[in-house]
Design a binder for this molecule. Structure first.
Ligand code: BDP
Length: 688
């Protein structure tokens, strides 16, 4: 088993119960369409995998009926619950009169989602409750963002090259495109942004649009829309204009025309994702215009075709003297309400950049009149790339559950994202993909779980991460209770473990420069202060941490007063955010009465011990996992444990120069000198 089948293993069920066999051997799918063919194939395939070795149960009528609401009424089957579903919601219910299980929806795509959900229940042995399952997605646009370049390199991609083979498209449609779409549909993802946010205007030329169309045609029956990143200066680069000024009539006409052209190729094109005025990308600032001017220009071009603009809030620059933490808020907050209806602002979960832990972005809750969407990073740019096991759902969940206090207590980020807090008309969630050409898609087998979890949380931002972990383990490996319990615990603790050995107590951005793999607390100088580690940790002889209270950068003022009070005081700030908001003396006692330095050192040690313990735990799981995946995971866990120690030693040696305090008992002495770590260059790291 090379892991290619992801969570759609459909492995043989050892002692299936009658209902599991019954549904997979007696079913009827009503109607014909490309999507319904996919549904029929999927059930046949699942059936051959899950129950092939068991005698079929023959019934005079099908035990399972899959059909749209309209088609069911011809059979006198109805259920009022279907009426209140969203167009892509689904219902799975018992029809008491005919004693059949029904999967229904308003659309074919809803049926596809319902079918996948039922198959997941069958594989995990979780029967359908008496009252049935009636679900609609809580978020409208559930999209993967591929940071894939046209030369097939992937920015921050650690699982091989881009799966989009532009050279062979449009003639060759690789089977992997179908498998990709199917996997996404199985978790409710309904959009894909094919190209890097650091965009190349060529993707908008006819030569590439032909290729994009071929992908869009392939994905359509799976309910997946295609989006592209739009380079702001495209009118100059491929349009021959002198300017890309959003208020220039020619520029506007160019975008209008470009949108027309795109929709001729792809009638259901989703729209544009735009990174502007950030990290060297062109944008409205080049013409002294606002982000709203830029976004609205593109929105006007897309509106007649029902396309949307996902305009990123990741705007900051090295010329603004202010704390980077504050820049996006300062840029966007004054523009609240100034964007057209088909614009949604795409905001990273935290204000800096996908750190192992960040407090939620202060924009959430601060833009009641402009829809905001969430951008999570599934690929692990700052969490050990592909080799370090980190189940990210608890991190996503932590942010989604955070209270913005925007409308008083109970104004969680999830309510901003699903639109319920501010009655947003558009809702969306994006995940920066971790997929590449590696045979198992994601490098680490366990990182498939992060793709899966993203889909689940985009569908329902309130789902508990523990439940997602359990479900993924059962679908991917085994339903054995010991295995599931043991590995759920490992997964649930894994992100915290990474925080412990990389950035405990609110430290952040102390990774090595540019590739962000491995420790680099000494990184300073260079082109931009806000790309160095010393900017973020501010360690000196007295203490460590970024003072973001009113005596410092006052980024804290961008949060609600409840949070300012809680996070602004050393006595009440949660220790997980301590050094994010405060500069703290090395000798300052923390909650346990021990000094900051001792706590820091012990957290690093704890992370290392947790990584080592995972190896032992995994070794005990051998009987539940095939050799191939078992050994693959084992080797990665070994890398992780070694590198956790590298992190601990490098960071404690570096910070120890300032604290001048001895390592507390129980913390191992570093293997090498600080100079060794500072000079150590892992040349093999992708992106170095
Ligand atoms: C940072 C990455 C960079 C991305 C940028 C972005 O280091 O590669 O281009 O974010 O999100 O995390 O635009």
């Amino acid at each position: 088993n090379d892991g290619y089948k992801l969570w759609l293993q459909y492995y043989s069920i050892q002692a299936p119960q009658e209902w599991q066999v019954n549904f997979l051997s007696n079913y009827e799918v009503i109607g014909n369409s490309a999507t319904l063919s996919i549904i029929k194939k999927e059930i046949a395939y699942a059936s051959s995998g899950m129950i092939s070795s068991h005698p079929e149960i023959k019934n005079s009528i099908p035990s399972l009926v899959i059909g749209k609401a309209g088609d069911l009424s011809a059979k006198n089957i109805s259920n009022p619950g279907i009426n209140s579903l969203a167009s892509d919601g689904f219902a799975i219910f018992h029809n008491l009169e005919s004693k059949q299980l029904i999967v229904s929806a308003k659309t074919d795509i809803g049926l596809l989602y319902g079918t996948f959900r039922l198959l997941q229940h069958i594989q995990t042995g979780t029967s359908i409750p008496k009252e049935g399952i009636f679900e609609s997605p809580k978020v409208q646009h559930r999209v993967l963002n591929h940071w894939d370049n046209l030369d097939r390199t992937v920015e921050r991609g650690y699982a091989g090259f881009s799966i989009w083979n532009w050279h062979r498209l449009p003639r060759h449609i690789d089977q992997q495109y179908h498998d990709y779409a199917r996997a996404n549909a199985s978790i409710g993802i309904n959009g894909t942004v094919l190209t890097n946010v650091n965009a190349n205007a060529l993707i908008l030329t006819p030569e590439y649009l032909e290729k994009v169309k071929a992908l869009a045609d392939t994905f359509r029956p799976y309910g997946i829309k295609v989006y592209l990143t739009a380079r702001f200066s495209a009118p100059i680069e491929i349009g021959g204009l002198q300017t890309a000024d959003p208020l220039n009539a020619e520029v506007q006409a160019w975008w209008n025309q470009k949108a027309e052209e795109i929709y001729q190729y792809i009638p259901d094109f989703g729209g544009f994702v735009v990174k502007a005025d950030s990290e060297g990308q062109p944008g409205p600032h080049n013409y002294k215009r606002t982000q709203a001017d830029g976004a609205n220009m593109m929105a006007r071009a897309l509106a007649p075709h029902e396309g949307i603009v996902m305009w990123r809030a990741f705007v900051y620059n090295e010329h603004t003297p202010d704390d980077r933490h504050k820049q996006a808020f300062n840029e966007f907050k004054p523009l609240d309400g100034k964007f057209l209806d088909n614009v949604i602002i795409q905001v990273k979960n935290g204000a800096i950049d996908f750190q192992p832990r960040e407090p939620f972005h202060p924009l959430f809750g601060a833009m009641p009149n402009t829809p905001l969407m969430m951008e999570f990073q599934i690929t692990q740019e700052y969490l050990g790339h592909d080799t370090h096991l980190a189940f990210l759902a608890p991190m996503f969940e932590e942010v989604l559950k955070d209270d913005t206090y925007a409308n008083g207590k109970g104004s969680e980020v999830a309510k901003v994202i699903d639109g319920s807090l501010h009655q947003y008309a558009i809702t969306a969630m994006a995940g920066v993909s971790n997929i590449g050409t590696d045979r198992n898609w994601t490098g680490h087998h366990f990182h498939q779980a992060n793709w899966f979890a993203f889909g689940r949380l985009a569908w329902n931002p309130y789902q508990a991460s523990q439940e997602i972990a359990e479900e993924w383990l059962k679908l991917t490996f085994s339903t054995d209770a010991t295995f599931v319990k043991t590995m759920t615990d490992v997964m649930m603790n894994s992100r915290e473990m990474v925080v412990n050995y990389m950035t405990p107590l609110g430290l952040h951005h102390i990774m090595a420069a540019s590739h962000h793999y491995g420790p680099g607390p000494w990184v300073s100088g260079g082109r931009r202060a806000d790309w160095t580690a010393t900017y973020y940790h501010q360690a000196n002889e007295k203490g460590i941490g970024f003072n973001r209270t009113y005596t410092g950068s006052n980024a804290l003022s961008q949060y609600a007063s409840e949070l300012q009070n809680q996070w602004g005081s050393l006595a009440t700030v949660p220790e997980k955010y301590l050094l994010w908001f405060h500069q703290v003396d090395w000798i300052q006692p923390l909650q346990n009465g021990e000094s900051l330095w001792n706590n820091l050192a012990k957290q690093y040690q704890k992370g290392v011990e947790e990584a080592r313990a995972n190896i032992v735990t995994w070794e005990n799981m051998r009987e539940y996992v095939d050799d191939k995946r078992f050994n693959h995971v084992l080797s990665f866990l070994t890398i992780q444990a070694e590198e956790a120690a590298w992190w601990r030693d490098a960071c404690l040696l570096y910070f120890g120069q300032f604290s001048k305090m001895p390592l507390p008992a129980g913390v191992e002495s570093p293997k090498h000198s600080l100079e060794y770590y500072m000079n150590f260059k892992p040349h093999h790291v992708p992106g170095i």
